[in-house]
Design a protein around this ligand. Sequence first.
Ligand code: FMN
Length: 428
Amino acid sequence: MTDRPLKQIHLAAHFPGVNNTTVWSDPAAGSHIEFSSFRHLAQTAERGKFDFFFLAEGLRLRETKGLIHDLDVVGRPESLTVLNALAAVTERLGLAATVNATFNEPYELARRFASLDHLSGGRAAWNVVTSSDAFTGENFRRGGYLDRADRYTRAAEFVQLAREFWDAEEEPVRHSGPQFEVEGRLSLPRPPQGHPVVIQAGDSDEGREFAAATADVVFSRHSTLTEGQAFHADVKRRLAAYGRKPDELKIMPGATFVVGDTDAEAAERAHGIRRAQVGPRTAIAFLEQVWGVDLSDHDPDGPLPAVDPDPDSALVQGRVRHGDPVAVARRWRAVAAEKKLTSRELVIELTGRQSFIGSPATVAAQIDHFVQNDAADGFILVPHLTPGGLDEFVDRVVPLLQERGVFRTDYTGPTLRDHLGLPLPGQR
Ligand SMILES: Cc1cc2nc3c(=O)[nH]c(=O)nc-3n(C[C@H](O)[C@H](O)[C@H](O)COP(=O)(O)O)c2cc1C
């Protein structure tokens, strides 16, 4: 490391949800639907002076054998509605919603994010996602299917057009492009942040290029030191081509944490949490996403299924893609054989990875080390419990980061752009 000044860490709070990191069986686990849960997590994040609160979202619940996937939350309220309510019970915390650019229209989203930005006094952020699958598209009038290759073409034009709407106070927007043919203007003034903050969370080459061209923050899944450093270097290197400086894009991997009084106690807790996250049914449901065949009779505590996956199966709909299923199964068999793992242990190995485990001092030191060594600019923390999973991080780890001089002791401005150190965009 050079003797540059200490980097300041950015932190966000992810409301736990549809994935194996949520522990539903813990007696302290609460509702994923009631407003009190959203309020508790958001107010805890604000007490910890976090940059923003983050909601992931999918537009159609995954299905296995025609039934809703074991882990998906039925009935979670729509993200922007939740954030508008949270704006009323928080003062400074940024509010980020994941909204799909494939199945929405630029005018409508520009208006809704401008509205959140006004109602919250400049705290809105939009995580632009691009899933394009036909199963999700069935929810929409035109059966909104988009060729996978076009997902970022549409997203780039979508965000550009939204920014034109945010800027258009004097002159109406006249836009003619391959995806949109639009003329008009928003019915409200330019948002307090100029443009609400744009987050990006795709990992392909096109996704990274889109981030470099367009985004203010990247939500990545590269949370180990070496993977994080490689991703950070790759995305930051792409910025120059768009006339942007490295500081203008913050890279924030998703990360989990387990704190204990001592490192040993934390390690023991972490082990128990991993097993609770991947119970026998969850392990089978995870394998079915790749195998595409009914594995309800498969023993989760035995070896991986002997049969090969069915690549053309419709057993699982809206699944998370892991790549070519036959190749994935071959890779997983090799890992299981090498490490002598049962099906369930393999799923724990693949999905239950925890980022930061230890005493509060250890976790604070690890996070600081990652950021100072450019594996990240900060983290989007995913607690394993709703709504109280962030409490001990805020009470025990944040003060240590503040003592190290790498995390704010108070907000320095009212807007999310202020927290992230991002300039106000000029008006076209
Ligand atoms: C860390 C991470 C979180 C994501 N969260 C969501 C989400 O909440 N909702 C969603 O529809 N897609 C989500 N995605 C999917 C991506 O935004 C993107 O649409 C998808 O990965 C396809 O783009 P890619 O091929 O560039 O990865 C997420 C992706 C990553 C890497």
